[in-house]
Design a binder for this molecule. Structure first.
Ligand SMILES: Nc1ncnc2c1ncn2[C@@H]1O[C@H](COP(=O)(O)OP(=O)(O)OP(=O)(O)O)[C@@H](O)[C@H]1O
Length: 468
């Protein structure tokens, strides 16, 4: 028996392509181009799944979704949206959408989701919640869309999330967003930067200690786990955690209980863990300095944050966002000239969003009039601390400098250095070939399967380099 789809889309080109794809999959497709048409069709026929655009001439496909969901609670709905913000993704899932696809979408993905939806009915639907306000993440690039979709997937469960990404890409902000928008928002959000705490103190910081547990422990102290009870614990720079603390953390995650340092009592804690790292954990695991079992515990849902240079079109809105924030914080209110925005967009942003933010604040301070022009940006750019490897004359020199700045223990040096070298080489080749792995492998002079495997090991997504 043929399954029936209601497609609500006012763009005829998209409607035609989708209809063809869905029909090929064996669906019968009815197309409507308005909210009114949608409601009429729903009243007249019975559907297995509905796909709907958001901005329709007579209304908003998400805002009016509540009505549909109460009248047809068993009808799974897939949202197709051109408003590619985290807000839209969250609104869609909160209103009970089965899936959310930013445009332009991949036809196969949408057809696949329609089939899944028709099969699963509404069982797998996200829990409706209320609408989030003041969503903090700026940027509508294609590269950020996957991040938004993943965020919506983890809001109403307690799955462990591992946020991966270079320094300054917004990992902590993502953790905060998950907490603020999710079902633990009434509980505390507690952040711990593992790399910033002396190794000897990490365990007591995380799990607390009893009076007299060690020299200097003059009173009982509650750790971050207990502080985060009922909420979210964000563990930043997880790759820097010493071995003993890793063991203790794993035990806590497995049992849902902790024991204070020097204590004997087992204390139950209800904590959602979000961990983050800017390091590649695979070589640390290979080298035996990061526990593999802990990795699997933490990495239930990985969220990879793209570096800023891969977020086409995001630099200018971010810069304007930071200017507005700077003004709120008492700095002079400034505009950004078109040329200034262009110049910002051309930078490679090795320090990612944090670097852009710092630079925008400095430009706001230094600008000579209300509008920040390209000359001011150029001055501030020149003033930057030297980019880490930008001034080196050879790869060898760059590597030597990098080794001097890095800290890792014996047994990791080779794997970590190789990962560090391979990443920019692979990314360069993927960029040059628009993400085509076959061509990239030819350019590199290595076997395609080798490339695919190494990309996987390094967590590089070739899709992120494909145009569009
Ligand atoms: N998409 C974004 N929209 C708005 N602000 C952002 C965004 N991403 C990052 N920021 C801002 O940039 C700064 C750096 O972000 P954050 O501290 O979350 O990065 P991080 O990846 O955790 O860095 P690190 O690895 O160094 O800890 C913060 O001030 C954050 O508010």
């Amino acid at each position: 028996m043929s399954r029936r789809v209601l497609l609500v889309e006012d763009d005829t080109a998209i409607a035609t392509v989708l209809t063809a794809g869905l029909e090929e999959e064996g669906f019968t497709v009815d197309v409507q181009d308005s909210v009114a048409g949608r409601d009429r069709a729903l009243a007249e026929a019975s559907y297995d799944v509905m796909l709907t655009d958001v901005m329709l001439t007579d209304g908003d496909g998400i805002e009016t979704l509540g009505k549909v969901r109460s009248a047809f609670p068993d009808l799974p709905v897939i949202i197709l949206s051109a408003q590619n913000t985290l807000d839209t993704a969250v609104r869609a899932i909160d209103r009970g959408a089965f899936e959310y696809f930013p445009k332009p979408f991949d036809l196969d993905d949408v057809v696949h989701a329609a089939r899944q939806a028709a099969e699963a009915g509404t069982q797998e639907m996200a829990h409706p919640g209320e609408n989030g306000d003041g969503l903090p993440l700026i940027g509508r690039s294609r590269a950020m869309q996957d991040v938004y979709r993943l965020i919506t997937r983890v809001l109403h469960n307690d799955l462990s999330v591992l946020v991966l990404g270079e320094s300054g890409t917004g990992k902590e902000l993502v953790a905060e967003a998950i907490h603020e928008l999710g079902s633990r928002k009434t509980g505390p959000f507690v952040a711990v930067n593992t790399a910033a705490i002396p190794r000897e103190l990490i365990e007591s910081e995380l799990f607390g200690h009893e009076k007299g547990a060690f020299t200097g422990a003059t009173a009982r102290n509650i750790g971050k786990f207990e502080e985060a009870d009922g909420g979210t614990l964000f563990l930043d720079e997880i790759g820097d955690m010493p071995a003993e603390a890793q063991t203790r953390l794993l035990r806590a995650l497995q049992s849902g209980r902790i024991r204070r340092v020097g204590g004997s009592e087992e204390i139950a804690v209800d904590v959602r863990i979000i961990a983050a790292t800017n390091r590649d954990l695979a070589p640390l695991i290979d080298a035996g300095s990061f526990r593999e079992d802990l990795y699997y515990r933490l990495n239930v849902v990985p969220i990879k944050l793209p570096p800023l240079r891969d977020r086409a079109g995001d630099v200018e809105p971010l810069a304007r966002h930071f200017l507005a924030r700077a003004a709120q914080e008492g700095l002079p209110r400034r505009n950004l000239s078109t040329d200034a925005a262009k110049l910002l967009d051309q930078q490679s942003w090795r320090g990612n969003v944090r670097e852009l933010q710092n630079l925008v604040y400095r430009a706001a301070l230094l600008a000579r009039d209300d509008t920040i022009d390209a000359a001011t940006i150029a001055d501030v750019l020149d003033d930057r601390p030297q980019a880490t490897t930008g001034d080196n004359h050879s790869i060898g020199e760059a590597v030597s400098n990098w080794l001097l700045r890095s800290r890792f223990s014996d047994g990791q040096l080779y794997h970590l250095s190789m990962a560090e070298l391979e990443r920019p080489v692979f990314e360069h080749a993927l960029k040059r070939t628009g993400g085509n792995q076959l061509k990239a492998a030819q350019m590199l002079g290595i076997n395609r399967n080798t490339l695919r495997k190494r990309l996987g090991d390094l967590g590089i997504d070739p899709e992120a380099f494909s145009p569009g």
